[in-house]
Design a protein around this ligand. Sequence first.
Ligand SMILES: *Cc1c(COP(=O)(O)O)cnc(C)c1O
Length: 460
Amino acid sequence: MRYLSTRGDEPDLGFNDVLLAGLANDGGLYVPERWPTLVTPSTARTYVERAVEVMLPFVEPDLDEATLTRLCTEAYGTFRHPAVVPLIQIDHRLWIQELFHGPTLAFKDVALQLVGRMFDHVLAERGQRVTIVGATSGDTGSAAIDAVAGCENVDIVIFYPLGRTSDVQRRQMTTVDQPNAHAVAVEGTFDDCQDLVKAMFNDVEFRRRNNLSAVNSINWARVMAQIVYYVTAAEVFSEAVTFSVPTGNFGNVLAGWIAREMGAPINDFVIASNTNDILTRFINDGDMSTRGVVPTLSPSMDIQVSSNFERLLFEMNGRDGGMTAEQLMQFRARGSLELEPDQREQFITGHFRAAAFDDAATLAEIARVRDETGMLLDPHSATGTAAARELCGGDQSTSPVVALATAHPAKFPDAVERATGCSVGLPDHLANLFDLEERTQTVVNDLGAVEALVEQLVSR
Ligand SMILES: *Cc1c(COP(=O)(O)O)cnc(C)c1O
């Protein structure tokens, strides 16, 4: 498989290069030259076996089947449920797929546990070493650190905003006792952290000297790993399903769209947002205009722009990179994106529905699910079930709906307690999180200071 940039100005690459590059040099995102067709009927008996069938066409010839099988076996062996991503029924036509049984309790583990191992494998083969830098508002940082902690060929430095993550999220980053893993608090906001990381990448000298790399949600390999659970869930049902997806950067729901392109029996997608509802406005009213970010109970969905949307836009433009680059330039200049009527008709209507919920509605949904089923949902997952009920519920005769649960309720204990009065304990493997020693440092919001710290941390 070869990969193209969505902005059309880069030579095509194989999987391993795309994995390590993340973003293309023309500013675009990598996409495969074609969507392969799913192997059916599948002979797979386990999640790992189906994962290998689904992903092999994307990684060959760079990775062979035996290597992919080994990496998937190790990655999904860290999940604390034999089904890896189990389905639970909560209403007549509504199921929840629990994506949070990985080591850090968020669905980011599904992709990052595999991507971390792929990085280490490819770097070892090439005799290279990289420094992964990233900014986090919470979930991504802990999942990325856990995925590469102890890897031979990777150093990782994650920046988080001082005092603005939950205690659980911070401790998941700062208590990892591996010499290659570093969590650094920045005296600033999440946006400051992101700007610092961008500035480090733009400092070409610094970037070269430290072999900077990233594992953020625009990395193709992360999207690829997420295709698998859409396939395995859809295949359980005897009719085509609807997925309801709590959405931030559009990475998760894009993976579902690709699964359907590959032939998975999926009807359509419901996009769930919190108060930061750019995608809901876009789907419902054609209005993709940016507004300031409002903090909510579901921080991993507090975004202004959904960066992975660019991959769908590329498809809408008939895979014309020049046209895509042009549309994105206008989006940046005007703060709003306009689609052609036929683009909407072909790609949005009948494929995506959307609903947004503020914090009060999110808490009400957590309380309702707990009353009806006894199950506790985290605030991200609750937007997904709320959207499923609003758009697919009642007497509307629709497909079975699978709402994706993206975080374990114990990751957001305060919201769960506010909604239900229940306190949620951490699962056994994290029960001692509050007894472990934290290893962290604080840095001022200044590029020079941050770069000096990175060099000091990685030059062990
Ligand atoms: C990252 C994240 C999301 C949003 O996923 P996207 O791929 O950015 O759409 C939703 N819920 C949780 C808990 C997350 O960590």
